[in-house]
Design a protein around this ligand. Structure first.
Ligand code: LAN
Length: 725
């Protein structure tokens, strides 16, 4: 697995062993919530035996039997489900590792350290092992596991290893330090890294651009008011503003003192901090500061150096704190994602103290972000991808007809139970006052408790429901009334362009991107229209329209608008650009599905024809497709070194949506997917195919399952109809 030449040697000098006993880990799933437990005694292990699901994710062979060699695509899909049924979670969905980003664990470990939260020994051991496994050959870490070493990744994860107990003269630490120093040391760390290091007291707040919480006291109608920003960005800058106002830092201790020496190429005391506010190492930058941003920061820095306006600062901090309290309460202390989770964690600790009930809740929900794997313990991109994966699996089961097989019925019924349990049925507890979008009728990306509407998750959840209940005829669990709630919600999410964004409508002007202070991420300041989200929404509305005539005129109008947007978003070369997975291949699957709703297919539409040829031109010699992660960063299709099962499935589904008439390319693609299937029915997770904010890779280890089964099922139908099986 180690094509990147990653270091696997540990040779730790501290007192911890190099790894825990993998046979003692158990995943407990309750109401979609994932918690990994480490059992201490053999007796406990006997009472709570390891399941196939546990073993699979720990990288232990589950000993699934060899299945009869598939003769047709449908046989292969059947074999696929035969395997994956074994690792379905007890509550009906599929749990999965949602790793990839390497800038999350620093928040966790620094957050726990500065709040003196004890870190369980098994976490400590396995987090170290994970980081050693994910270090690049040069000793550093990237922004994500597929990226080159950066200052952000290296400085933060170096500090993490040290906080977890690794000695400075450990060989991996020596290598990492050398890499960091060769990149200029931690003064050039991007702003989010500056903030984490400042909290840890190994970077000075003076070396940061201001994050005035006063922004929250501006009038709501202002086009730059933070309520209009992309939800993830504003949720991160709320606690950041509070911590900035406090200039919070951990008390000095010998380890911090030592880190101050290790992280920099010059003596800590001699660093002129204010010069480093805009100093970001070149390798880290994706979105350079604009002149507008730096000018604004210059003005704000003068405001800060004059002492600001204390009453306004106090009001801003009060407001920021109120908002983050509401976020905690709206999400059961999960928060929207792991970054604001840990920032809120520190803020709440400052205000409420370690013994408060609030902190007990916060500590409990740390566990939801920890995922144990064969390579160690990681912090995940969200508290899971539960709904997202379950809805694709459900649809692949129905579309391929596998749902009809008696041995699969129970598994499909429990997916439906899960969908029932996790549809959100109310608006958030703190709603308008917390600037939240409506949630009634939504499905979230992960769990109901996390509780955020996502446009396409609602769409996919609804499609999965209708397919299971109405098409496959499973017992109805989700009433028509509840589906109408989803429709009502989705219809409010369309933008004037006709497209759909991710969590909300677009609420800020595009110029706001000029103020992106995040450096390492692109397109984070506001919502954007996405072909992927748009398609999920309109396909779900259309499916709904077939079973109910509720608001059918509104739905028709919405679909028309969406198709208009999809056509406008096509690039001159015939492709669509994908934002949430790699890359053109992914977006084209969605865009061509949208157009097929409008009866625009290969035979009837030049636009679709052009798109099909774009894909066919990129089909590889072996019949598959493989697009590199770098396509997302550069915006151009870049061929990977080999074809990937997941992207081959996407391209295949895209061509089938477009009703591409020739069986030949379809057959060649099917062959790739079948050839890569293991004798027990599963497919390896070959590479990271998820992405966000243009620059960060994220894993979807169940995609090789859901999309392969889906593509094979669809291709089977097509080839059978053409007599070309
Ligand atoms: C996700 C994952 C899922 C993704 C899709 C549903 C696939 C997409 O179609 C809509 C956007 C969404 C929900 C999405 C948004 C950004 C997320 C939450 C992530 C990529 C997973 C991790 C990422 C989050 C922002 C990570 C934390 C980083 C920050 C920049 C705050």
């Amino acid at each position: 697995r180690d094509q990147n030449g990653r270091a696997h040697t540990n040779g730790n000098k501290d007192s911890d062993p190099d790894s825990t006993d993998l046979s003692k880990w158990r995943l407990k799933v309750e109401k979609g919530r994932h918690v990994w437990h480490y059992l201490k005694t053999d007796e406990q292990c006997q009472q709570w035996p390891q399941t196939d699901e546990d073993k699979f994710w720990l990288g232990i062979d589950i000993g699934a039997p060899t299945l009869p060699k598939p003769k047709t695509p449908l046989d292969a899909a059947k074999n696929g489900f035969e395997f994956y049924r074994r690792i379905q979670s007890s509550d009906g969905h599929w749990s999965a590792a949602y790793g990839g980003p390497l800038f999350l664990m620093p928040g966790l470990v620094i957050g726990m350290y500065v709040t003196q939260t004890p870190i369980p020994q098994e976490w400590r051991i396995e987090m170290k092992r994970y980081l050693l496994n994910k270090a690049n050959k040069d000793g550093g870490w990237g922004l994500h596991t597929a990226g080159p070493s950066t200052v952000f990744g290296t400085a933060c994860n170096y500090a993490v290893c040290r906080l977890l107990g690794m000695e400075a003269d450990h060989p991996a630490m020596i290598r990492a330090r050398a890499k960091l120093h060769s990149l200029g040391g931690a003064t050039g760390i991007p702003s989010w890294g500056k903030l984490w290091l400042a909290c840890l007291n190994v970077y000075e707040w003076e070396g940061m651009n201001p994050i005035p919480p006063e922004l929250w006291t501006l009038p709501d109608w202002l086009p730059i008011h933070p309520w209009r920003w992309w939800i993830h960005t504003r949720m991160v800058y709320i606690p950041m503003g509070y911590l900035w106002g406090k200039r919070f830092k951990a008390p000095m201790d010998p380890l911090i003192e030592s880190l101050r020496e290790e992280l920099y190429v010059e003596p800590y005391e001699s660093i002129q901090w204010s010069k480093h506010r805009n100093n970001i190492a070149e390798i880290d930058v994706w979105a350079p500061h604009t002149r507008t941003l730096e000018a604004l920061m210059g003005v704000l820095s003068v405001y800060e150096s004059c002492g600001g306006l204390p009453p306004l600062r106090r009001a801003g901090m009060r407001r920021a704190y109120e908002l983050l309290v509401m976020e905690d309460e709206n999400t059961g202390y999960q928060d929207i994602g792991p970054v604001n989770k840990m920032l809120n964690y520190i803020c709440r600790w400052i205000e409420e103290g370690p013994d408060s009930e609030v902190m007990a809740n916060h500590r409990e929900k740390l566990k939801d972000f920890m995922w144990m794997s064969g390579e160690g313990l990681m912090m995940t991109g969200t508290n899971g991808s539960q709904l997202w994966d379950a809805s694709f699996i459900a649809q692949s089961m129905v579309d391929s007809g596998l749902v009809e097989q008696p041995e699969n019925k129970k598994a499909c019924e429990s997916i439906l139970e899960w969908l029932d349990e996790h549809q959100i049925r109310e608006d958030p507890k703190h709603y308008k006052e917390a600037y939240r979008f409506s949630t009634k009728g939504a499905w979230p990306f992960s769990t109901k408790e996390q509780g955020y509407t996502v446009s396409d998750c609602t769409g996919e959840g609804m499609k999965a429901t209708i397919m299971l209940q109405n098409e496959a005829g499973l017992k109805t669990r989700i009433s028509q009334r509840r589906l109408r709630d989803s429709v009502d919600l989705l219809l409010t999410m369309q933008n004037p362009s006709g497209g759909f964004a991710s969590y909300e409508t677009i609420n800020a002007p595009s110029a706001i991107e000029l103020l992106n202070p995040g450096e390492v991420f692109g397109n984070i300041m506001r919502e954007y229209d996405y072909p992927e989200c748009t398609t999920s929404v309109v396909t779900s509305l259309l499916m709904f329209r077939k079973i109910d005539d509720y608001r059918s005129e509104d739905i028709d109008k919405c679909i028309k608008g969406a198709v208009k947007y999809i056509l406008a978003a096509q690039q001159p070369d015939g492709s669509w650009f994908g934002s949430w997975a790699v890359c053109h291949t992914y977006a084209m699957m969605f865009a061509l599905e949208s157009l097929s709703l409008d009866e625009q297919t290969y035979e009837t539409s030049d636009v679709v024809k052009k798109a099909c040829h774009y894909l066919l031109d990129r089909q590889r010699e072996d019949g598959g497709w493989g697009e590199k992660f770098d396509s997302c960063v550069t915006g151009r299709y870049i061929q990977a070194d080999y074809s990937l099962v997941v992207q081959t499935s996407w391209a295949l589904i895209a061509l089938l949506h477009a009703k591409y008439p020739e069986p030949e390319p379809i057959k060649r693609a099917v062959k790739v997917i079948m050839k890569r299937q293991k004798p027990d029915g599963h497919w390896d997770d070959e590479d990271t195919v998820g992405v966000f904010n243009r620059n960060c890779a994220i894993d979807y280890p169940l995609y090789p399952f859901s999309f392969s089964v889906w593509a094979l099922g669809k291709a089977h139908r097509f080839l059978a109809a053409k007599n070309a099986l």
